[in-house]
Write a protein that binds this ligand. Structure first.
Ligand code: NAD
Length: 481
């Protein structure tokens, strides 16, 4: 897998160039632990140059385009993404360590985000507002200006698609700081945007460390809106930096998302969702379902069926395309293993299997299903970010809501039940940004607004809602009396 661009450079003002400090960071293949290349270690100087290039783009060619022209560029970019399907999938699989099929799904999602936001760019409208005689009042949706985007390593393509896609559609000029652990597809995306004909400075990409390039971006006074996806701890710092400059911020943070299985559920239908939502991308998914709440009447049955599914899970290198790949890093593996050490061996119901021939340097952890814990146990409260699910029994609807809402997070929840009244009641009562009824995740749902409450963050990305977030509303009141 050799990228067609030079990943040791930053992309600023439509040009590839060495970073100001001239130094690089290693990029590791999580499936083997080997170094697969180097990326630029951008810092505050590169961020400053990127913000200046973005400002110049807004004053120049990019800022002069019509909404329809911006949409057309995004549609062209989506086409180029699809034309580079195999290269992007292999790059993401190698860089993130996710099984190849999951990386392919991410390429499809990235192309779809470009298509969705390309099509939407010229369909965001203001309103006219009935007011006093002698006035005509209307609203305009305008770009914020330069938007800063900080993304994590777990789903680079999907998160870039939803965040950059919506921001460009609304006419913002973007500065993207991808994660130091995995950022090849972010750089590929920048080059494809160049090929698609985006004017210089509309999209700038500066890889680097979080507390160097990332912190410089959040503190830059030229940035008018911040979009951050990542951990709660970093989210706090980003919000504090945004407060300093008084700019709006979208925080897409973590979760401890529950699936609620009632006694009238179709367990045959639920089963693959119950398991996949926990092990997809080795559990390194913000909306992973790490808690499975089951009504006591069906606890034994669901436990046994999930255990059987777990025993069949195979773990190995990304390109072997098994159920589960490695974790992103040795550090992430240590974190997950230290969580697992909190469980008594009798509480471990079933584990998947790491293949004997999986490379020894890879960061593999066997998926683990745990039961018998109190809902207040750390394993049932904290985001582990690994392939670990906890089964918790409940007595009735009231008990289910209490347990489901009993963490600091509120990202996603699902209800498995054939009772329509219960579905509607719980859709209202569950504390989450998205509630799924008899499904989980809606296959990615590019069109569906996404985000959390509580420690899962605030603001919404994806769907049309993101277009409102990436624009500022202006009210115009004309007096002609
Ligand atoms: P992280 O917060 O460590 O890093 C995320 C990004 O922030 C990286 O690009 C990093 O370089 C940057 N960063 C780090 N320190 C910074 C600082 N001081 N200032 C500015 N930027 C800084 O998160 P992570 O461990 O890489 O990602 C995992 C977390 O992300 C999990 O908690 C997961 O739930 C969350 N996540 C949420 C969503 C969502 O949509 N809600 C999606 C994916 C991941």
């Amino acid at each position: 897998m050799t990228p067609w661009f030079d990943p040791t450079q930053v992309f600023i003002g439509g040009r590839w160039q060495p970073c100001a400090g001239g130094t690089t960071l290693p990029l590791e293949n999580p499936s083997t632990g080997e170094e697969i290349g180097r990326i630029a270690r951008g810092d505050h100087r590169d961020i400053d140059a990127a913000v200046q290039a973005a400002e110049a783009a807004l004053q120049g060619e990019w800022g002069a385009l019509t909404a329809a022209e911006r949409g057309r560029l995004l549609l062209h970019l989506g086409q180029l993404v699809s034309e580079h399907f195999d290269a992007l999938a292999e790059m993401e699989a190698t860089d993130v360590g996710k099984p190849l099929q999951q990386a392919k799904n991410d390429v499809i999602a990235l192309a779809r985000y470009c298509e969705f936001y390309g099509g939407a760019a010229d369909k965001v409208m203001g309103e006219t507002i009935p007011f006093q005689n002698g006035f005509t009042v209307y609203t305009l949706r305008e770009p914020h200006g330069v938007t800063g985007h900080i993304v994590p390593w777990n789903y680079p393509m999907q998160i870039i698609g939803r965040s950059i896609g919506a921001a460009l559609a609304m006419g913002n000029a973007c500065v993207l700081k991808p994660a130091e652990e995995a950022c090849l597809t972010a750089l590929a995306f920048a080059d494809l945007a160049r090929q698609a004909g985006f004017p210089p400075g509309a999209l700038n990409v500066v890889p680097g460390l979080g507390d160097e390039a990332g912190a410089a971006l959040t503190a830059h006074p030229g940035v008018r809106h911040l979009s951050f996806t990542g951990s709660v701890g970093t989210g706090r710092k980003v919000q504090a930096a945004a407060a300093e400059n008084l700019v709006p911020v979208t925080l897409e943070l973590g979760g401890k998302s529950p699936q609620l299985v009632f006694k009238d559920a179709d367990v045959d239908k639920a089963l693959p969702f119950l398991v996949n939502a926990g092990i997809q991308n080795a559990g390194q998914t913000c909306s992973a379902s790490s808690r499975i709440l089951v009504q006591r009447d069906r606890m034994d049955e669901v436990t046994e069926r999930m255990a059987e599914a777990y025993r069949a899970l195979r773990v190995g290198p990304a390109m072997a395309d098994l159920n589960v790949g490695p974790l992103i890093s040795a550090r992430q593996k240590d974190i997950v293993e230290s969580y697992l050490s909190l469980a008594d061996p009798s509480e471990v119901i079933a584990r998947g299997e790491v293949l004997d021939n999986a490379p020894k340097g890879g960061h593999y952890v066997a998926p683990t299903l745990i039961s018998g814990l109190d809902p207040d146990h750390r394993l049932a409260q904290e985001e582990i970010f690994g392939p670990v699910q906890v089964l918790l029994p409940f007595e009735d609807e009231e008990d289910a809501v209490r347990i489901a809402n009993g963490t600091a997070y509120g990202l996603v929840a699902s209800v498995w039940s054939s009772d329509g009244g219960r579905q509607m009641r719980l859709a209202k009562r569950l504390r989450a940004g998205q509630v799924f009824l008899n499904n989980y995740g809606a296959a990615g749902g590019v069109e569906l607004p996404f985000g959390g409450v509580g420690h899962s963050g605030h603001g919404r990305e994806k769907g049309f809602e993101a277009l409102y977030g990436f624009s500022a509303l202006k009210t115009v009141a004309a007096h002609h009396g």
